[in-house]
Ligand binder design. Structure first.
Ligand SMILES: Nc1nc2c(ncn2[C@@H]2O[C@H](COP(=O)(O)OP(=O)(O)OP(=O)(O)O)[C@@H](O)[C@H]2O)c(=O)[nH]1
Ligand SMILES: [Mg+2]
Length: 221
């Protein structure tokens, strides 16, 4: 058992290291290319890159729905059972205003220690919670507040996902369960209730609100 556990930890570390390398390569690649609606690539002048690219970090416990949110935002429709993210997951959304680059890090216990490393590289933190997983809400709260202590200014968007589940907590209950009162005035913070319809061809309505909010948060004041 001990040997298996060590092998599992070593594998997770290797996946995380590979993920970091991919993230660097991905940054290098996307610094030069942007997806256009015509499915073609074009170059952005260097001076415009800083202005146009914004990084969004997507975190939350395993199974909260991070990958599903990214699928929904991508406009490809949400598919059930996309499988746990073992390392990192990337998605880029090109909008007329800017390019939003999303980075999800898997939520399993072994990967959570890497989360904090990425806070300083991004413009927004999206924290996804399974609103129906009442037993693990205290853990979700603990992990969220660990991130908030590590960075006092990063704008925060909490998503109370799986609102279609009968046992899901509503917005005000989630606000209390996650102790969002304790989030200081120093940062902009939001709590949105979302649910992701499976296999729908369109972006779910609640994710359209998220998309608008993210664009507002990255636009100059
Ligand atoms: N009922 C319901 N199920 C959802 C919803 N969103 C996601 N799921 C399901 O929840 C499960 C986990 O979703 P993922 O998107 O893989 O979760 P994750 O946060 O990326 O998990 P990790 O990658 O393991 O950290 C999948 O079976 C999804 O289909 C939702 O709004 N309602
Ligand atoms: Mg995932």
């Amino acid at each position: 058992m001990v040997l298996l556990r060590r092998i599992s930890i070593a594998l997770t570390a290797a996946v995380a290291a590979l993920g970091s390398a991919l993230f660097i390569a991905w940054n290098y690649f996307y610094r030069r290319r942007v997806w256009s609606p015509e499915m073609d690539y074009y170059r952005i002048p260097e001076e415009e890159q800083e202005h146009q690219e914004r990084q969004v970090l997507v975190l939350g416990l395993d199974g909260a729905g991070k990958s599903s949110v990214l699928q929904g935002l991508s406009g490809e429709g949400v598919k059930r059972g996309c499988g746990p993210t073992r390392g990192f997951n990337f998605m880029s959304l090109n909008t007329p205003a800017c390019q939003l680059d999303f980075l999800e890090i898997g939520g399993c216990e072994n990967l959570r220690s890497y989360w904090v490393e990425y806070l300083r590289r991004v413009h927004i933190l999206v924290y996804v919670v399974d609103s129906a997983d009442r037993d693990r809400l205290p853990l979700a709260k603990e992990e969220l507040h660990r991130l908030l202590r590590a960075n006092s200014q990063l704008p925060l968007v909490v998503l109370g996902n799986k609102q279609d589940q009968p046992e899901a907590l509503g917005v005000s209950q989630l606000h209390d369960a996650l102790a969002l009162d304790a989030v200081g005035d120093e940062r902009r913070s939001f709590l949105l209730a979302v649910q992701l319809a499976a296999d729908g061809p369109d972006t779910p309505g609640s994710l359209q609100a998220l998309r608008e909010l993210l664009l507002q948060l990255v636009s100059p004041l």
